[in-house]
Design a protein around this ligand. Sequence first.
Ligand code: BGC
Length: 250
Amino acid sequence: MKVLGIDIGGTGIKGAPVDVATGRLTAPRYRLLTPRPAKPKPVAEVVAEVAAHFCWRGPLGITLPSVVKDGVVMTAANIDRSWIGTDARALFAETAGLRATVLNDADAAGIAEMTFGAGKGRRGVVVLLTLGTGIGSAVFLDGKLLPNTEIGHLEVKGKDAEERASDRARREKKWKWKEWSKHVEDYLEHVEALLWPDLFIIGGGVSKKHEKFLPRIRTRTPVVPAKTLNEAGIVGAALAARAEVPRRKR
Ligand code: BGC
């Protein structure tokens, strides 16, 4: 079964059809720039363009960098604030004629990692953290997601964790890997004290360079890089949408 996954980020909106049995993209990824400001209607129009590129009529999953409850956006840390309170599911239906499953971007990445990546077959408490513009989180117990955890915004040493442990902080503050990895370690220790995970999975673009910072991190909990990387959001969105398709239609 093929499902279209679309990942909405601060700079790009990218999508691809996904074979949900293997997690592979069945066509090259299509990416358009996120409109600025990234308000709901213009973003939905770009989402429609991505779906049209694949002539898509089937099931569809869409991620947003926000808490999403029952299709409604509740927070907007790194996107336009006008998303707060928007019924994203209704918006995509009205603007694009698309019936979509909408979920948090890190939750989607976590679903992909637990199904096809570093978390495959892992029981116990697994915490996936995406270190990017913001910090996204996905928490699993025995493979089942606790959605919208938002532990990227924990306060560590008096500041929102994103201000020191995100990849954006590393780049903006021009920190060396050694310096930044200490901030990531402080943050992971904080999460450990709260959740006592069995495994941390680090995702986000920076996890491609994991050998530069993960070996420096000393936590009680093992820390591994994500495997699905760039495509995690797209694949996870597709898997989440598949889970909502009534069984008889599969
Ligand atoms: C948002 C999360 C999102 C993460 C990664 C955070 O700022 O609050 O909802 O998952 O960024 O995009």
